[in-house]
Design a protein around this ligand. Sequence first.
Ligand SMILES: Cc1cc2nc3c(=O)[nH]c(=O)nc-3n(C[C@H](O)[C@H](O)[C@H](O)COP(=O)(O)OP(=O)(O)OC[C@H]3O[C@@H](n4cnc5c(N)ncnc54)[C@H](O)[C@@H]3O)c2cc1C
Length: 504
Amino acid sequence: MIFSLTHTYLQIATVIWLFVWNQTLVSGFSASHTSDIATSRSYDAPPQTNTAAAIKTKWLIVGGGIHGVHISARLLGSGVVSSIEDICIIDGHDELLQSWKRRTRGTGMEYLRSSAGYHLDLNENSLRSFDQKTTTATASEDNSNINIKKRGKNLRGVHKDKQRRSSLFSNDYERPRLDFFNNHCDEVKVQVSMVDSCEMVDYHAKQIVLALGNAEPSIPAWVDESDLQQNGLVTHLLEDNNIDHNTVVGQSDDDSCNNIKIAIIGGGITAAHKALQLARKSSSNRQDDTESKSPAIHLISRHPLREQQFDTHQDWMMDQAASKRSKDGGGYGLPKKQVLYQKCDCLKERRQIIAEERIPGTLTPAVYRGDHGLKYAIQKGEIGWHQAYVVEKERVPNRNGKEDDQMILKLSCGESIQVDRVLLATGFDKILPGGKMIQNLINDNSELNVSDFCGYPIVSEHLRWSDRVFVAGALAELELGPSARNIAGARLAAERIVQAFVRA
Ligand SMILES: Cc1cc2nc3c(=O)[nH]c(=O)nc-3n(C[C@H](O)[C@H](O)[C@H](O)COP(=O)(O)OP(=O)(O)OC[C@H]3O[C@@H](n4cnc5c(N)ncnc54)[C@H](O)[C@@H]3O)c2cc1C
C-alpha cells in the first residue's frame, strides 16, 4: 500500500518536474492556507540546481483562470475533493482570474457576450440570484425607512431597483455586466493565498488538471519587436502581462491619450468594443474642436463587419445536467449537433466541425446595431472604417518632431493613415496552447497522445489525457467541441472531470 502510493507520487512527480524544468518555477506554498482555494504563483524562469522543496497535494490545477477556478469549485462542491487543503492552483499571475479581468477590462467591454447561465458557480441560477441578493439588499435598505416614507417615495424606490436590476443584465440574452459578473466570480468561494517566496517547489500531485487558457496573442507579421517595445506604439489588447491599467488606452483619466489618432486592427467584438469606447471618449473631447473633421479612431479589418450573437451556437453549450432537465421536462435533451460530434471517431472531422462552428471575428447585433452601436458610429464619422489589411508600415516623427513616434499604415485598399497608436485586436495564435511546456510533455511522455492532424490532445470522455492528467479549455477541444474555450466550456469540462470520480 505504502509502495503503491509512493509509486503514484513518483510518477506524477516526473510530470510536475517537467513543468518546473521547462517553464514553471513554482513559488513556495504555505501548508496553512486560510483561503478557500489556495494558489501559488509560478514564474517563467530557468531551472535551478538547488534542491527544491517537495509538496504533496491531491489535486494540482495548473492555471487559475476561468476554467481552473470553476473546475476547482466544482471538485470541491461535488465532494470529489473533500477539503480545500487537498487542492492547489498554480498560476503565473499574482491573483486568480487576473488574466480574464485584465483582458476584459482592456477591451472596454461593458457586458459579456455569453448569458447569465454561464459563470463560475455550481448552480446554474447562481448569477441571477446573486442579482436578487444584491438588489434585495438594496431594497431592504430602502425598506428600513418604510414606515416613515410616503407611498410615492417607495414606488420610486421600486422603480430605481428595477432600473438597477435591468442594467445588470443586457436586454438581449440576459448577458451580465462585466463588473457584476466579476463580483460574482469573487464570491465563488475563491480567495487568494499568495506566498511570495522565490523558493523552488516540486509539486507531487495525484491528479493534475491543465487549464492553461489560449496560446499567445497573435501578432501580425508586419509588427516588429521594436514596435511593441517602443512607448507602446503598437500594443496587443489581449496581452495581459504588461498591461498597466492606468495607462490602457481609453481607460485613463489622465487624458494624454485623448487627442491622438488610433488604429485598431481587427474586425471582431474586441476591436468593436475598443473602437466604441475610444470614439465615445474622443467625441466628448472634441466638442469644442471644430477644426478636425477626420476621425481619430480607425478600425481596420480584412473582412466585412459580420453579425453573430455568439461565437459558438448555444447548442454546443448544453451540459449533461441541463440535458437531463430538458428530457425530464419533455424536451429533446442534448442537442443533435453534440450527439453527432460525440459519435464522430475521426479527429480530422472533429477539427473541421470546430472550425466551421466556432466563428471568430464577429459582432453581436447589440454591439453593431444597438444603441450607439458601431454601425452608427461609423455612419456619423466618429470611427473611420477600412476593409483592408496593412501592407506596409513606416515609423515617422510626430507633430512635435519626436522621432519614430507615429506610424503610417499603408492599406491594401490604397489608403494610408498616420496614427499615434496601433491597437491589435487580432485574437490568439491558432496553435496548441502551453508553449514549450506542453510540447516537452508530449515529446517525453509517450502516453500523452495527440491528433496527427492538429496536434491537440486525444483525451477520454472524462478529459483524461493520461491516467492522472486531465485537460480543460482549448486542450480539451477535440472532446468537448467548439465551445470548449468559453465559460460554457469550463462548465462542460468540470462536469466531465467530476463524472470520472462519481461514476467510478
Ligand atoms: C476579452 C475577452 C472576452 C471574452 N468574453 C467571453 C464571454 O463573454 N463569454 C464566454 O463564454 N467567453 C468569453 N471569452 C472567452 C473565454 O471564456 C475566456 O478567454 C476565459 O478567460 C478562458 O478561461 P481559461 O481559464 O481557459 O483561460 P485564462 O483566463 O487565460 O486563464 C489561464 C490561466 O492559466 C495560466 N497559465 C498558463 N500557462 C501556465 C503555466 N505553465 N503555469 C501556470 N499557469 C499557467 C495563465 O497565467 C492564466 O491565468 C472572452 C475572452 C476574452 C479574451
